[in-house]
Each structure stands twice: as structure tokens, then as C-alpha cells.
Design a protein around this ligand. Structure first.
Ligand SMILES: Nc1ncnc2c1ncn2[C@@H]1O[C@H](COP(=O)(O)OP(=O)(O)OP(=O)(O)O)[C@@H](O)[C@H]1O
Ligand SMILES: [Mg+2]
Length: 215
């Protein structure tokens, strides 16, 4: 078995003292897909943020192999609508890296961006501003920004929740392509068919106990 790009040991998280996750262990292999499922409020988004490194654990540790590149598509991305970005600009941001901010665009970047925008059917929206898009068009744009990243691990939080059936299929094809190319994918989903694309599933516990019957 090769080096795992991402592992988590005994991971726990509390929001202001309220426990959300406890004792989570996982190992993400290259060329593999992990689905994270569980009811609303069970901690899927929290776990994905911990794995992507944007939030620090309250307990345990997340280890990323050296030089591992992680692309994160959060579930909630409302704030970026305040920026006067076009679709093309928003997607292009995915090609930036810490050492290549506002880089000269390579032919490879252009080809990768054009391919992803075509596959997600947003090429015709390239000059539109984000706030002028429908919910699904906006989500496709953010997915394109994630997929143009040359990442080792794609962390995608309910990526197809706002998408029509046809676009959902395109996203699943892109996921399979990235896995075939050697990347790891971690996807939170409420959709059984989507979760079954993954070889492994981590199901988080019930957040809110059911009320007693008869009330
Ligand atoms: N910033 C926050 N401050 C306090 N509590 C929070 C915060 N964000 C989330 N929570 C709580 O943490 C728990 C887990 O939330 P999280 O967003 O990780 O769940 P989820 O499984 O992604 O849910 P969903 O299916 O609705 O997306 C919930 O009980 C939620 O109310
Ligand atoms: Mg969530």
C-alpha cells in the first residue's frame, strides 16, 4: 500500500464546548473515493473542513502527506457573491496556487479550464457575474473551480445537491476521471446512488434523537 495522502486519528470537534465529532479514524488512499453520509447536523461538513485543514480539531490529528494538494468545495459559499467576479474568473482562481498567484496562463491551464467548463456546460456563461446566475449554474461554476485544481484530494460537500440529473451525471463522470487519474475524493452526500459511487462510506451518527412515539 502506498502513502495515504490523508489520515485522521481519533478526531474530535466541539463548537463552543458542544461535541459534534468524536473518535473518527479514517485513511484515504490515492485513486479512491470515500462517501461521508449521515443526517442533517451529524457533522459531515465539520469533518470535511477538518480534513481539508480549514478548521483545527479539538482532539486527535489530521495528517496530510507532504506536498498533498487539497481542493475543497464547501457546502456554503454565500460570501463570494459579494465579489464582482465573472464565471470565467471564478473558475480560473482554481488554477492559482500559493506559489503561482495570478500566474501567466499555460496552454495546459487553458485546456483544462475549457474542458471542465464544457463538461459542466457553463462555457456560454463565462462573462456572467456570479450573482447573476441561477443556483445550479452557480454551483456548476464552483464545481469547475474545484475540478480545475490539480489536487491530490478533492473534498466536496454535497456537490450535486442543487444540480439537475444531467449535470449530476457529468459531475459523477468528472469524479470517476479524477479517481482514475490517481486522486482521492471525499464526498458528503445524502444521495444513496451518489454515495454508492464510492468504495467506502463513513456514516456519522444521528444528531437529534427522535422524540418519543405518541407525542
Ligand atoms: N459555526 C457553528 N457554531 C456552532 N455550532 C455549529 C456551527 N456549525 C455547525 N454547528 C453544529 O454542528 C453540528 C454539525 O454541523 P454540520 O454542518 O457539520 O452537519 P452536517 O452533517 O454537514 O449537516 P447537513 O446535512 O445539514 O449539511 C450541527 O449540530 C450544527 O448545528
Ligand atoms: Mg453539511
Amino acid at each position: 500500500m502506498g502513502t495515504a495522502p490523508l489520515t485522521a486519528e481519533n478526531l474530535g470537534f466541539r463548537y463552543a464546548g458542544t461535541p459534534v465529532l468524536h473518535g473518527v479514524n479514517l485513511r484515504v488512499e490515492p485513486a479512491s473515493m470515500l462517501a461521508v453520509t449521515g443526517p442533517n447536523g451529524s457533522g459531515k461538513s465539520t469533518l470535511l473542513h477538518l480534513l481539508a485543514g480549514v478548521v483545527r480539531p479539538s482532539e486527535g490529528v489530521v495528517r496530510r502527506a507532504p506536498a498533498t494538494r487539497v481542493a475543497l468545495l464547501p457546502q456554503r459559499t454565500g460570501d463570494i457573491d459579494a465579489l464582482p467576479l465573472t464565471v470565467a474568473e471564478c473558475v480560473r482562481i482554481g488554477t492559482f496556487t500559493p506559489s503561482r498567484l495570478l500566474p501567466r496562463r499555460t496552454r495546459q491551464d487553458r485546456a483544462a479550464t475549457a474542458d471542465v467548463m464544457d463538461r459542466l456546460e457553463i462555457a456560454h456563461l463565462a462573462r456572467r457575474r456570479l450573482r447573476e446566475l441561477s443556483g445550479g449554474q452557480r454551483q456548476r461554476t464552483l464545481l469547475a473551480q474545484a475540478f480545475v485544481q490539480q489536487a491530490d484530494v478533492y473534498v466536496l460537500d454535497e456537490p450535486t445537491a442543487a444540480l439537475d440529473t444531467r449535470t449530476r451525471r457529468h459531475v459523477h463522470d468528472l469524479l470517476r476521471d479524477r479517481v482514475r487519474a490517481g486522486a482521492a475524493v471525499i464526498i458528503a452526500s445524502h444521495d444513496h446512488d451518489e454515495a454508492s459511487l464510492a468504495a467506502h462510506t463513513l456514516t456519522l451518527g444521528t444528531a437529534t434523537p427522535n422524540p418519543p412515539a405518541g407525542r
